[in-house]
Design a protein around this ligand. Structure first.
Ligand SMILES: NC(=O)c1ccc[n+]([C@@H]2O[C@H](COP(=O)([O-])OP(=O)(O)OC[C@H]3O[C@@H](n4cnc5c(N)ncnc54)[C@H](OP(=O)(O)O)[C@@H]3O)[C@@H](O)[C@H]2O)c1
Length: 286
């Protein structure tokens, strides 16, 4: 590929590309002709990704970006603008899940979860919106979750971050559409990644005498069941590519049969009926 061909490509940025959905999305965007910055907080983790990209001769490079840190976001976005002069696609993917009853979760743990999953995405959006507005176009993809529409027990703060990102996305779509900026939600169900190994348990929730211990072991059994049916990260990456290549992307892309079924169930039932349905699913596994 010539330097001129690379220059003419649209530019994409993906956060949290060291593994899972971010890694597959970076590869998929590069394969679909986007000059892709696969960003991660620790670029040393990008070696396997760089090797794969080099083997396929993909237009992809790894860049450092910690979504928790304003300076890291600013420096990386400034550097990309210097190199590419425009940013066409941003995928806010970096995230993890904090597990534990609210009573047993400290304020520091709550703030850390919001820092990455919500404030991280907001930081990146605030850094790119004025660029996209000036260039009169762009697409922002916010990876929320089936858990941004439906809440399961003992995961209140994770759901809080994802429900919040859903609400913010719905609102900013109105203010950004007139400038040609699309903002899209991608809502996967269970996906086979490091996500489940990287779950952070609130310190208080790990105590043996926790009053929620029995409930928690039921939840873990349900989670193990969900993981069995998890889809490959590549399927989420394909939905993201479909969204960014569309002239008129949907507001939401639900990925996975579990997510479809759960979101549909919530839509079709009243609150009381849905709560009973969910309680039965988790009670079954206690
Ligand atoms: N897997 C699922 O079942 C599932 C379902 C629905 C939604 N999601 C969402 O999908 C997204 C990606 O998760 P995944 O499944 O691909 O899990 P994953 O394999 O654990 O990947 C998470 C990525 O986020 C990165 N990250 C965490 N904190 C960060 C920070 N402060 N700055 C930059 N990067 C950071 C991690 O980097 P390090 O390697 O440095 O930790 C890693 O690259 C998350 O937002 C998650 O909530 C996942």
């Amino acid at each position: 590929m010539s330097g001129g061909e690379r220059e003419a490509m649209q530019t994409a940025i993906v956060t949290g590309s060291s593994s899972g959905i971010g890694l597959e999305t970076s590869l998929a965007l590069a394969r679909n002709g986007f000059y892709t910055y696969a960003t991660m907080r620790n670029p040393a983790k990008g070696k396997a990704l760089v090797d794969r990209a080099e083997k396929e001769e993909l237009p992809l490079q790894v860049a450092e970006l910690d979504v928790d840190k304003s300076e890291s976001v600013k420096n990386t976005i400034d550097g990309i603008m210097e190199e590419r002069k425009r940013i066409d696609v941003v995928v806010n993917n970096a995230g993890f899940a904090l597990v534990g009853a609210l009573e047993e979760t400290s304020m520091d743990e709550i703030k850390a979860q919001f820092e990455t999953n919500l404030f991280g995405a907001l930081r990146v959006m605030k850094a790119v919106i004025s660029i996209m507005r000036r260039q009169a176009g762009g697409t922002i993809v916010n990876i929320t979750s089936m858990g941004g529409r439906v809440a399961i027990p003992l995961d209140p703060i994770y759901h809080g971050t994802k429900f919040a990102l859903e609400g913010i996305t719905e609102s900013i779509r109105y203010e950004l559409q007139p400038f040609g900026i699309n903002v899209v939600l991608v809502e996967p169900g269970a996906v086979k990644t490091n996500f489940f190994d990287n779950l952070k348990f609130a310190h208080g929730a790990t105590r043996q005498d926790s009053p929620y211990a029995k409930f928690m072991s039921g939840l873990q059994a349900a989670a193990a069941h969900m993981v069995q049916d998890a889809i490959p990260a590549r399927e989420v990456a394909e939905a993201i590519v479909q969204a960014v290549k569309s002239d008129s992307p949907q507001m939401r892309y639900i990925v996975g049969k579990d997510a479809q079924a759960m979101i549909e169930a919530k839509k079709s039932m009243g609150d009381r009926e849905f709560e009973k349905f969910m309680s039965a699913r988790f009670a079954e596994r206690q």
